[in-house]
Design a protein around this ligand. Structure first.
Ligand SMILES: Nc1ncnc2c1ncn2[C@@H]1O[C@H](COP(=O)(O)OP(=O)(O)OP(=O)(O)O)[C@@H](O)[C@H]1O
Length: 319
């Protein structure tokens, strides 16, 4: 493969970049409010859409892609509404969460079919370029049914990119991938974003988003809970109050000592040991062994309570 065949910018440098804008967007299904008054603006580069299951990520992506009408508010791409707008579809690609593809097709046939759906003037050339972009040239004549999960996902990305859209939306693209496949997909998203495309991918895994994008939009229960620089959001998440269950050889003495520790905001002595509230996760977990050791106490158990992703996200909503 040549350097130019994998160049995500066929025209060497993209002349324009696109902005996807959401203004007060809501979507409900009967009584269920899936997306609640979300506003955001996405420009060139990679953005992560982070949120626990059921947060409304898929609904939001489908509205962005023009597959679903907002119940209220507007989604526009460079000022044009995305809903029922064929002009917009030409500039946008969506890789949905569902993996369903015709496994009897080869990747080449699959991507050419997508090019024909877009009525591209030269479907073969468009498919060649898209397949090169996801680095599937070597396997393109094999049936998709024989592919690994990661390869199948790349074939779907190629089909979504065949019309060379400015905006690519991916719903949980890393789901079910092994670490090597993940790295490959991350590299692909970096390349596409670096070339000036507007890329948004959803995920419910914090670390995944951290590795791929510096900018993040966090959704919880249909609402935008936080948005912006990943490091700021990470700090918000780690600085929240933490609750630990602690057991030791002398809980009472340890409780007294912990009260004097600045990272600790509260200690409760119960039958099953101590419940300790700490404002700073790192400072507390570093201080505890030293405090115990200095008093000849042995820590038998240190378990963070309620560290579920949902609780982390809920904290962001309350913050
Ligand atoms: N077609 C539908 N009819 C009724 N309720 C729906 C429909 N689609 C989604 N919902 C509900 O809207 C809410 C948001 O769902 P959505 O699939 O957008 O979230 P998500 O963040 O993508 O979650 P997941 O990662 O689990 O797919 C959920 O409560 C879901 O049950």
């Amino acid at each position: 493969m040549t350097a130019t065949s994998t160049d995500p910018t066929p025209a060497a440098v993209r002349a324009t970049t696109s902005t996807l804008d959401l203004a007060g967007v809501s979507r409900w299904y009967g009584n269920v409010v899936a997306v609640n008054d979300v506003s955001m603006s996405l420009g060139a580069g990679v953005t992560g859409l982070l949120g626990p299951n059921g947060a409304g990520k898929t609904t939001l992506l489908h509205m962005m892609a023009g597959f679903l009408a907002p119940s209220r508010g507007a989604v526009t791409l460079d000022g044009q509404p995305t809903w029922r707008n064929p002009d917009v579809y030409r500039h946008l690609g969506l890789v949905s969460e569902r993996e369903a593809v015709h496994t009897f097709l080869t990747a080449h046939e699959f991507v050419v079919a997508s090019a024909k759906l877009h009525r591209l003037p030269d479907p073969e050339e468009a498919a060649r370029r898209a397949i090169a972009l996801v680095e599937l040239e070597g396997a393109q004549e094999r049936r998709i049914g024989t592919y690994s999960k990661g390869m199948r996902q790349r074939a779907r990305v190629a089909a979504a990119l065949v019309h060379d859209p400015q905006v690519l939306l991916l719903d949980e693209p890393f789901n079910g991938m092994d670490p090597r496949q993940r790295l490959h997909m991350m590299d692909l998203l970096h390349r596409l974003g670096g070339a000036g495309r507007t890329i948004l991918f959803s995920s419910h895994i914090l670390e995944e988003v951290e590795q791929v994008s510096g900018t993040v939009q966090v959704m919880v229960a249909g609402r935008l809970a936080a948005s912006g620089d990943f490091r700021t959001i990470r700090r918000l998440m780690t600085n929240r109050p933490h609750v630990f269950a602690v057991r030791s050889t002398d809980d009472r003495a340890l409780a007294v000592a912990l009260m004097a520790e600045s990272s600790v905001s509260g200690v409760e002595l119960g039958r099953a040991g101590l419940t300790v509230r700490a404002g700073d996760y790192g400072a507390f977990t570093r201080a505890l062994p030293k405090i115990a050791l200095a008093r000849g106490i042995r820590v038998q158990q240190l378990v963070p309570e309620d560290e579920s992703l949902e609780s982390v996200f809920s904290y962001l909503v309350e913050a």
